[in-house]
Design a protein around this ligand. Structure first.
Ligand code: C2E
Ligand code: MG
Ligand code: MG
Ligand code: MG
Length: 288
């Protein structure tokens, strides 16, 4: 029980002393179990990565990739990141998971580079908690050096939510990432609550239109108008724009007519495992 109380105290941060209360037992025990399972997953190779291309609408060229984590659990089967990432984000476990992703992504990039595959930027999702930590930039820099990866092939996707927590710190970290030549995207744009004034304060490169707006963009709903507004905003601020979750030709046509040029979604490619992705990078049309 002392351990559990300490775990909680650690979770809540140092200057915020917490006292053990009996009603915490359940959640804390659950978290203990989860932590053990994640650690287990890391040592016994239950995580793996899949890759989804971002495609230029003009020539169908692959302009970049996004890496997405998968958890093949021995008894529960495939667990979606939408399920376990939010739980990992409640604690510093997310840093361990993100670091695993960064390490394995760079190792894979190095392999593709060595095999002569066309090089395109690869985007990793980094949780807000990790972004504002002291460890993200040194870790990335060390791994870039270890695998000899140039910053222009690295992109970080963060969601808007993080901007609310500590803008000044976000600006600081983003500037350090920029100094490494890394690109920064805002993921799921339009679903958070970022104020527009942040957009000009932050050294951003790309807005990714959330798939919830893309879904209905070609119908007579408001979503088409929202997409149009986001695309205009990006253009006015000199940011790149990517539409995510594109599933139909109608969506592509509509968004392209609004000025969107880069697309990611099942219509073009589903996320795929490393061998398929490697083959496509070796043979397929890509350009950077
Ligand atoms: P996200 O970064 O917004 O990723 C896009 C999600 O949409 C992915 O789900 C992708 O598989 C899915 N998707 C792509 N194209 C389509 C489409 O045409 N239709 C539909 N319906 N879905 C599409 P996934 O892989 O389940 O990931 C869910 C979320 O989990 C991600 O959202 C991201 O926020 C988080 N995530 C995934 N991998 C990682 C990771 O390595 N680290 C961290 N911190 N978060 C991750
Ligand atoms: Mg993403
Ligand atoms: Mg997204
Ligand atoms: Mg998402």
């Amino acid at each position: 029980q002392a351990d559990i109380a300490m775990y909680w105290a650690k979770e809540k941060g140092r200057d915020n002393a917490q006292f053990f209360r009996p009603d915490m037992t359940n959640l804390a025990t659950q978290k203990f179990g989860f932590e053990k399972e994640i650690n287990e997953a890391l040592v016994s190779d239950q995580f793996y990565l899949v890759y989804q291309p971002k495609v230029s609408v003009h020539q169908g060229h692959i302009m970049g990739l996004e890496v997405l984590i998968r958890w093949n659990h021995p008894t529960k089967g495939l667990i979606s990141p939408a399920e376990f990432i939010p739980i990992a984000e409640e604690s510093n476990l997310i840093i361990i998971v993100d670091e695993w992703v960064i390490d394995h992504t760079f190792a894979q990039c190095r392999m593709w580079h060595d095999q002569g595959a066309k090089c395109v930027p690869i985007a990793m999702n980094i949780s807000g908690r990790h972004l504002v930590s002291e460890t993200l930039v040194p870790y990335i820099a060390a791994k870039m050096a270890e695998y000899d990866i140039d910053g222009r092939f690295v992109e970080i996707e963060i969601t808007e939510g993080v901007l609310l927590s500590d803008v000044e710190r976000c600006i600081e970290v983003m500037a350090e990432l920029k100094a490494l030549n890394i690109k920064i995207s805002i993921d799921d744009f339009g679903t958070g609550y970022s104020s527009l004034s942040y957009l000009k304060k932050l050294p951003l490169d790309i807005l990714k239109i959330d798939q919830s707006f893309v879904n209905e963009c070609d119908s007579h709903s408001e979503d088409g108008k929202i997409c149009e507004t986001i695309i205009q905003l990006a253009k006015n601020l000199d940011l790149g724009i990517v539409a995510e979750g594109v599933e139909t030709a109608e969506q592509v046509e509509k968004l392209a007519s609004l000025g969107c040029e880069i697309f990611q979604g099942y219509y073009f490619y589903k996320p795929m495992e490393n061998l398929d992705m490697g083959e496509l990078l070796m043979s397929g049309p890509s350009e950077y």
